[in-house]
Design a protein around this ligand. Structure first.
Ligand SMILES: C[S@@+](CC[C@H](N)C(=O)[O-])C[C@H]1O[C@@H](n2cnc3c(N)ncnc32)[C@H](O)[C@@H]1O
Length: 210
C-alpha cells in the first residue's frame, strides 16, 4: 500500500476524481499523504447507516462514515467530471444572489426560483442501509451508495479504478451504471468471490461493451 495515493493519481485522467471512505480520524492521519501526492480536497459526504459499530460505551453511537472526494491539484475543479444527482423534493422558494459568493468560484450572480416538489441537488448526508448480515466482506459497502458516487464522477462508459476492491461491490455498481471497472484485491479468495459476484450481474447501463 506504499504511496497508493500517488499511484492512484498517476492512473487518473485529469477529469477524474477519487472517492475515499473513512473516519475523520483516518483522514486527519492521512491528509499529508494525499496533499503530498498531488490531491486536492473537493467535498465530503456523510453516509448515514441504519445501525453502527461502536467500540466504546462512553461515546456517541457511531452511525456514519465519511466519504471524501479528491481531485488532481493540477486540474481546475470546473474541468472535473462531476454531475451531482438531483432529488425531486425541493421546497418552493426564490433564491436571490446579488453577488457571486466569494468561496464558490464560477457561480454567477442572479436569482432562481425553486418549484415545490421540483428537483434539487442531492444532499450531502446520504442514508443507505449497510450490508450487515448479508455481506461477503467485513467492510463491504452498499452497491446503491457506490452507484451514486460512480454516476456522479464517471461518465457513461468511463473506467473506474477500485484500488481496494474487497467484495467487488463497486464492480457491481459499475455494471448497473454502465461504467467499466478494474478492481485490485490482494486476497485471492476474496478476488475470486468478487469476480463471481460481478459476473452474475447483467450489465444494464448503456455504453458498455458486450
Ligand atoms: C476496506 S476493504 C474494501 C471493501 C470494498 N470497498 C467492498 O465494498 O467490499 C479493503 C480491501 O483491500 C484489500 N487490500 C489491502 N491491501 C491491498 C493491496 N495492497 N492491494 C490490493 N488490495 C489490498 C484488502 O484485502 C481488503 O479486501
Amino acid at each position: 500500500m506504499a504511496d497508493w495515493p500517488g499511484k492512484a493519481l498517476a492512473a487518473l485522467k485529469p477529469s477524474g476524481s477519487l472517492w475515499v471512505f473513512g473516519s475523520l480520524r483516518s483522514f486527519l492521519a492521512s491528509s499529508a499523504a494525499f496533499r503530498n501526492a498531488g490531491w486536492k480536497y473537493a467535498q465530503e459526504l456523510v453516509w448515514e447507516k441504519q445501525n453502527g459499530s461502536s467500540f466504546h460505551a462512553d461515546r456517541f453511537r457511531r452511525v456514519h462514515e465519511l466519504i471524501v472526494q479528491f481531485y488532481r491539484e493540477d486540474t481546475p475543479w470546473r474541468a472535473v467530471y462531476n454531475v451531482v444527482p438531483t432529488t425531486p423534493d425541493a421546497r418552493a422558494r426564490t433564491v436571490r444572489r446579488k453577488h457571486r459568493p466569494p468561496h464558490m468560484g464560477w457561480i454567477d450572480a442572479g436569482h432562481y426560483v425553486n418549484e415545490d416538489g421540483g428537483p434539487r441537488l442531492m444532499r450531502s448526508v446520504i442514508p443507505v442501509r449497510n450490508t450487515h448480515g448479508r455481506a461477503i466482506h467485513p467492510t463491504e459497502k452498499p452497491v446503491a451508495l457506490l452507484e451514486i458516487l460512480i454516476r456522479t464522477s464517471c461518465p457513461p462508459g468511463g473506467l473506474v479504478g477500485d484500488w481496494f476492491a474487497g467484495s467487488g461491490a463497486a464492480g457491481v455498481a459499475c455494471r448497473l451504471a454502465g461504467r467499466r471497472y478494474v478492481g485490485c484485491e490482494i486476497d485471492p479468495v476474496m478476488a475470486q468471490k468478487a469476480r463471481d459476484r460481478i459476473a452474475s450481474v447483467l450489465p444494464l447501463g448503456e455504453g458498455i461493451a458486450p
